[in-house]
Design a protein around this ligand. Sequence first.
Ligand code: KE4
Length: 419
Amino acid sequence: MRRARAVTPGGVSSPVRAFGGVGGDPFVVERGEGARIWDVDGREYIDYVLSWGPLALGHAAPAVLDAVAEAMQRGTSFGIPCEAETELAECIVQRMPHVEMLRFVSSGTEATMSAIRLARAATGRDAILKFDGCYHGHADGFLVRAGSGVATLGLPNSPGVPHSVASHTLVAPFNDPDAACRVARATNGRLAAIIVEPVVGNAGFIAPDPSFLRALRTIADDTGALLVFDEVMTGFRIAPGGARERFGVTPDLTTLGKVIGGGLPAAAYGGRRDLMEMMAPSGAVYQAGTLSGNPLAMAAGLATLRALTPELHARMAERTARLVTGLRAAAARRGVPFTADSAGSMWGFFFRGEPVRNFTDAKASNVDRFRRFFHEALARGVYLAPSPFESAFVSAAHGDAEIDLTLERLDDALGAALS
Ligand code: KE4
């Protein structure tokens, strides 16, 4: 880390990896296999961060390695239409029929940035509404009361974002449809899009109230704004068909990332055909990318989605629910104010007795206790997200044995964190 810090800011390629939310130095990873990773000092951890979500099949999944190895023999990048892009696009469209057409990009940030540009072009409006604590990547307009690393580092917003850009971004509390309605109506017809993480993963894990997403759909329809589900994290995690399958609400645009690249750089934005055909070269809205649709990333994503059958998804969801239930029980036995929840293979917890319904609740949780628990868990070989404002994941490689071992270790870590 000393060498890394000499040549890169904070010694990391992305701020949240620097353990700013929990203190201390991050370990340096050597390799991963299945549910486990090993650091350069030979310590082994059961990994629940899984590269912040992409590794639905676990580390170095044979299906992914074989697919990438096979694709690599034909070259690594062309910048020319390649069948692999169409195969992965067809697979996604088949699983998420409301995504009638999509465009691949290389990161979630590009996906959400492009979806908003499209929404602004389609409506001729500038304002966007996001929710406090939600994180949609680091494009200028999103760094307003964002979650994830922005919240972890306690940054109010980010320097370098022109006021003229940030002023188009309006913010309301998650799970507060009345506030969202008030903010939307106050724009007097200037609202281009409402963008939301259908299950929040960047303020810690926060599930939507049953009626919240439906209310956003109604507000979007009433004000002429588009509804954008940012499923970069929830996509192929909370249900085989994503948020629309889980909640029955259809967005106009959806952004995806993480899992669809299977651990290699790939993301996408898509949705209604009439909107997507506005994107160049079919239409006039410009967006481009040298490595968009990279054949190795397409191969990794396709191998991942093909393995993620509804049966496997159900097994992963069941194991995730068992982990969360076990953690709640351990906290209850020790009389610790604690709440935990899951959706499919995505989960999270807070040291707080009352339910966490929005970012204000999340920030009111006992973050000092989180920090102690994080380090006690790490010392016992369980790697949780190094921030109270992140979520955790389970992969296909987390079998019953891993869940049992994790519950044993985390129960002990909880005891140590309280002493
Ligand atoms: P990327 O640009 O990091 O690929 O995706 C941005 C993004 C967009 N939307 C949602 C819902 C996201 O969760 C993300 C990225 N998530 C963070 C973890 N909370 C990535 C980890 C990091 O920043 O290093």
